[in-house]
Design a protein around this ligand. Sequence first.
Ligand code: FMN
Length: 225
Amino acid sequence: MDFDARAHVREATLNAFNFRRATKAFDPSKPIDPADFDVILQAARLSPTSNGLEPFNLLVLDSAAVRQRIVDEAGGGPQWVQAPKLVVITTKRGAGLHADGEHITHMKLDVQGFPADDLPGWQEHFEYFLTKNLELDNDKLRLEWARRQAYIVLGNIMTAAALLSIDSCALEGVNYAVVDGILDQEGLQDKVKDQFAVAVALGYRAAEPKRERTRRPLEEIVRYA
Ligand SMILES: Cc1cc2nc3c(=O)[nH]c(=O)nc-3n(C[C@H](O)[C@H](O)[C@H](O)COP(=O)(O)O)c2cc1C
C-alpha cells in the first residue's frame, strides 16, 4: 500500500468508528442493500474464534411478530421492532462445547479437515486446556466463554456496518431466559444446543444522537511499559 492509500485507509477507519453510534431510533423506511448486508454477514463469518471452533450461529430475525414478542415479553427496546435488519447471535451450549460433542467434532472433521484418527488425542488435550488452563470446568462457564466469542462477532458486525455507513446498536437489554423461551417456542432455536448471546440492530438512524459521545482520553486508557 503506498503512502497516499495508507493515509486514506487510516482516515476511513477512524471515520467509521466516529460515525458509529448506538442508534436508538431507526428509519424503518430505509432498507439495507442486500449486497451490503452480505458483507456484514461475511465479516461475522470471518471473525476469529478460539481454536477456530466457531461456537456461534446467526439468526437473521425478519419476523415482525417474533420481534414484537421480544419487546412485549422480554423487555426489548424499540430497535427490536424498528430496525430493518436484526441479527441475533446465539452460542452453542452444553455438549456443544464439549471437546467430543457434535459441534466440535463437526468443526474438527468436516470444516477443518482434521484427521479422524488423531481426533481422540486432540479431544483429550483440548478438554484439558479448557478445564485446567482456562478454568472452564462447568457448562455455565463454558457458555460464557462462547458468549465472549459472540461479542467479537458483534464487534465485527458493527465495524463492518460502520465502514458501509450503516448504523447499528448492540442489544443486550432483554431477559435472556424469556428470549430463549420465545426462540424455542417459535422453532427458531434448538434449546438443547443453542442459547441467546446478544443481538444487533442494523439500519439507518432516524435522527442524530441526542447525547454527545463521551470517551476517556487515550492517555487515561493506555499505559506503556
Ligand atoms: C454489549 C452491548 C450491549 C448494549 N445493549 C444495548 C441495549 O440493549 N440497548 C441500547 O439502546 N443500547 C445498548 N448498547 C449501547 C451502549 O449503551 C452504547 O454503545 C454506549 O452508551 C456508548 O455509546 P456509543 O456506542 O454511541 O458510542 C449496548 C452496547 C454494547 C457494547
